[in-house]
Design a protein around this ligand. Structure first.
Ligand code: PLP
Length: 392
């Protein structure tokens, strides 16, 4: 197999052709500014309005509750900072978890430096929060609970409905970073008692640099970008019409084919997990055995260095990701795996394979075959593994 095998769909997904086709006219003949009153402007405005309607319907929201942003990171920052500053007369306490995406964690840390208090909830060995811990963390100063829907590294899905109910019963706002969940899980914001929800198109076969924030009607949130009156005075700047159309198209396709997509991904996921853990010794599945995203595989290969593993996989044209924050050039092990109780060593040797709509069973076989060889070769060179073998 000499083509590239892409198994890093949690990092980003390739865009579907239908999505690109839907976008192109808004770069060319339908290029108008939605704020202009002449025909080209009205055409762009219509596309924007229709997209907002469609996105709202899919999430169980209304069009006035959907705000387009530049992606997941912006939506998270806006939701958290905007809600906290708008509600600081009520209190200054935020509850989140230790396993959030950095867009949430670093926004919370920023607020800590600016007079807010943050509780970072622990998770169990499966990456799941404890509902009693959440209840116990609530004080009369708590104004926001921000807990991710599904984790990007280990795929664990949190009990969002229960969390939403607790937030509602205590009159606290609930934000969820649903960037990994949208396109994989059916979401009704009303039923789940969600006040703020972040999503990002490039995680479900849409374009990069476009996302949305759902803000429940009546929720006090400060504007994020000051300027023109776009996005109902809350997020200024000429709208990214083509990308909004792409986001809408990608979201529609994702939910039209949700069952098919989930069944296929789960089948490939379970095959990958079984084939790897049955054929390679000293492995451990990270994340929840059942409550996990359909395309997520995260396995620690003990006595192996994640970076070497990724480089070896790259040499046979397999794109995957590991348990260290290699994006920042650092070798710090993942904060998510550490919060789940893994040692630094084991966290370092973890591999994330995230499946998507374009992966095939043939590719899964190719990955497993190569992984068996690579792991054997790397362990042969590892003094740590030699000692282990002697002990056994
Ligand atoms: C990718 C991701 C983000 C960031 O989204 P961008 O659109 O890349 O800014 C935030 N949260 C989670 C859980 C993600 O997976």
């Amino acid at each position: 197999m000499n083509k590239n095998i892409y198994m890093d769909n949690a990092a980003t997904t390739p865009m579907k052709k239908e999505v690109l086709d839907a976008m192109i006219p808004y770069y060319t003949e339908k290029f108008g500014n939605p704020s202009s009153i002449y025909a080209q402007g009205r055409e762009a405005k219509k596309a924007l309005d229709e997209s907002r309607d469609k996105v709202a319907k899919i999430l169980g929201a209304t069009d006035k509750e959907i705000f387009f942003t530049s992606g997941g990171s912006e939506s998270d920052n806006w939701a958290i900072k905007g809600a906290c500053y708008a509600n600081k007369n009520k209190g200054n306490h935020i509850i989140t978890t230790k396993i959030e995406h950095h867009a949430v964690l670093h926004a919370c840390e920023y607020l800590e430096r600016n007079g807010f208090d943050v509780t970072y909830l622990d998770v169990d060995e499966y990456g799941m929060i404890n509902i009693d811990d959440l209840k116990n963390a609530i004080t009369d100063k708590t104004i926001l609970i921000t807990i991710m829907f599904a984790n990007n590294e280990v795929g664990t899905i949190q009990p969002i409905k229960e969390i939403g109910k607790i937030a509602k019963d205590n009159d606290i706002l609930f934000h969820t970073d649903a960037v990994q969940a949208v396109g994989n899980i059916r979401i009704d914001v009303e039923e789940l008692n969600i006040d703020l929800l972040s999503l990002s198109a490039h995680k479900f076969y849409g374009p990069k640099g476009i996302g949305a924030l759902y803000i429940k009607k009546g929720t006090k949130v400060h504007p994020y970008i000051h300027g023109g009156a776009q996005e109902r005075n809350k997020r200024a700047g000429t709208e990214n019409v083509a990308s909004v159309v792409g986001l809408k198209k990608a979201l529609e396709l994702a939910y039209e084919n949700l069952d098919e997509h989930n069944n296929k991904l789960k089948r490939l996921r379970d095959k990958l997990i079984n084939d790897i853990t049955n054929n390679i010794s000293h492995t451990k599945l990270n994340g929840h055995p059942e409550k996990r995203l359909p395309g997520n595989v995260n396995i620690s290969m003990k006595y192996i260095e994640g970076e070497s593993l990724l480089l070896s996989l790259d040499m046979v044209n397999i794109a995957a990701s590991s348990g260290s924050a290699c994006t920042s050039g650092s070798l710090d092990p993942s904060h998510v795996l550490l919060a789940m109780g893994l040692s630094h060593g084991v966290a370092h040797g973890s591999l994330r394979l995230s499946l998507g709509d374009f992966n095939t069973e043939e590719e899964v076989d190719y990955v497993v075959e190569n992984l068996i060889e690579i792991v054997a070769r790397l362990r042969k060179m590892s003094p740590l593994f030699e000692n282990i073998k002697e002990e056994e």
